[in-house]
Design a protein around this ligand. Structure first.
Ligand SMILES: Cc1cc2nc3c(=O)[nH]c(=O)nc-3n(C[C@H](O)[C@H](O)[C@H](O)COP(=O)(O)OP(=O)(O)OC[C@H]3O[C@@H](n4cnc5c(N)ncnc54)[C@H](O)[C@@H]3O)c2cc1C
Length: 437
């Protein structure tokens, strides 16, 4: 690991090579600082398209990009693949799984992790989708369950294998349930001639009265209509109380038999130890001032999903979306240079470019300020924006080709079970035990 004797310039350590972290590192290119990026993965993940990996439209490498490759033309950049466990700001040292790492300036850009809101049964059996690995697990499990359903003789026995429940009606849940419904509508009977389309049911469960609550009412209404047209059963005002891996239970006493619950109902900031609890606000986010400096810390900054700038205009912080993280990352790089040059720093001002979500082929909803549109044109806009936002020329080309093939053939191609996803409920474990003994 780098030691103090190899240091010439102040060292800026960035934890997290996500949307925010990479912008800080890029912004410090050719500046008189040593940039050290740390991430537990060796790649950046384009999370907005994870659902397409989970549903077999894209392969995992199309939405990930190696961090070393991204910065190979930046001489002041170094990368270490490591998990940061704790921050010791008194000594300006990080505790990591590859040993201590010192910093002059620290940027916490660790993003968010899945929030199960303390429901342990859900956490144990529902599947989150925050990383490439989790998306690949979902793909495997969906396919494994369809395979397994064929071994059941009665429709009743098959039910739990072919009921797919997506919880959380935000953009992720809407996109994921729409994509699974398209598999049901266009692929199921082609790949599995023994099954009928009606054998599979896709549910989208939302606790609020409408899906896409952060978008305009028009967008919500249209998204719900599109989902219903695809055959998704949209359940609104439903609170999940428990899930035992075989049935999901709701506050109204209802339950659905299902082995597959995909959880996209919430996130919370992912914070290494060492941050004063008083600085941690709603959603487990670190409160910063308007220059992204962590409250009460001098040389420590936080950006993106893990952070919150609380003002009158933003009482809950900024939304947890990629443009916020990117814009904060760019500003912070500038501010670090200003600090080094003893110049005043700038405050963060979010430029909101709008929100969008797609719901299957030819259908999307877009809100850009007061401009709102839905349908085919919105879908093109959604595709263009996502394609252009992907990191890496190869990824853009591969994704574009995959989309064209999927569009023309109605047949997204990457339905592979590379690694079996193993998850046993207590009942299944007991049955397996019985079979051994
Ligand atoms: C499924 C899904 C779909 C989404 N769709 C959209 C969308 O359509 N549009 C949009 O704008 N936003 C979308 N978002 C939100 C968007 O991805 C986030 O707002 C954005 O990624 C936040 O960027 P970030 O830099 O704060 O964190 P991230 O991009 O999450 O990056 C955090 C990085 O930190 C690393 N890390 C975390 N903890 C540690 C640690 N202790 N040690 C080492 N490394 C660590 C992680 O490995 C990760 O690489 C989506 C998110 C998800 C999960």
């Amino acid at each position: 690991m780098e030691t103090a004797d190899t240091k010439r310039f102040p060292r800026v350590v960035i934890i997290g090579g996500g949307f925010g972290g990479i912008e800080v590192a890029k912004g410090l290119k050719n500046k008189e600082v040593e940039v050290l990026l740390l991430d537990r993965n060796n790649h950046h993940t384009f999370q907005p398209l994870l659902y397409q990996v989970a549903t077999g439209t894209l392969d995992a490498p199309s939405i990930a990009f190696p961090l070393r490759k991204m910065f190979r033309k930046q001489p002041n950049f170094k990368f270490r693949m490591t998990e940061v466990k704790a921050i010791d700001d008194k000594r300006k040292v990080l505790d990591t799984d590859i040993g201590p790492i010192s910093y002059d300036y620290l940027v916490i850009a660790t993003g968010a992790t899945t929030n199960f809101f303390g429901n342990q049964s859900v956490e144990q059996y529902a599947m989150p989708m925050k990383s490439v690995r989790e998306a690949v697990n979902i793909r495997s499990f969906l396919l494994q369950n369809i395979e397994e359903s064929l071994l059941k003789t009665s429709r009743e026995d098959r039910e739990a294998f072919l009921n797919i429940v997506v919880v959380g009606g935000g953009p992720t849940g809407v996109e994921l349930s729409g994509a699974i419904a398209e598999i049901r509508n266009h692929i199921l009977v082609k790949d599995y001639p023994e099954l009928k389309k009606e054998d599979m049911t896709v549910y989208l469960v939302e606790g609020l009265p409408r899906v896409l609550n952060a978008l305009s009412p028009q967008a919500s209404e249209k998204a719900e209509l599109y989902l219903r047209e695809l055959g998704v059963r949209v359940l609104l005002n439903e609170q999940v109380t428990a899930y035992d891996g075989e049935a999901i239970h709701f506050a109204n006493g209802r339950h659905i038999k299902t082995r597959t619950v995909l959880w996209s109902a919430g996130v919370k900031g992912e914070i290494p130890e060492g941050i004063d609890a008083q600085t941690i606000v709603r959603g487990n986010r670190i409160q910063t001032d308007e220059t992204c400096r962590v409250l009460g810390m001098r040389d420590v900054f936080a950006i993106g999903d893990v952070s919150a700038i609380i003002t009158e205009d933003t009482p809950r912080g900024h939304p947890g979306v990629a443009p916020v993280a990117q814009q904060q990352g760019r500003l912070l790089a500038k501010n670090i240079v200003h600090l080094l040059q003893h110049q005043p720093t700038e405050k963060f001002k979010y430029f909101d470019k709008g929100s969008m979500a797609t719901i299957g082929r030819n259908k999307a909803v877009v809100d850009i300020g007061k401009i709102r549109f839905q349908g085919f044109f919105a879908w093109w806009v959604w595709m263009f924006v996502h394609l252009m936002s992907l990191v890496g020329f190869r990824n853009r080309v591969v994704t574009f080709i995959n989309w064209v093939i999927s569009y023309v053939t109605f047949n997204a191609g990457i339905r592979l079970i590379i690694h079996k996803y193993v998850r046993k409920t207590p009942r299944e474990a007991a049955v397996a035990e019985e079979q051994i003994t």
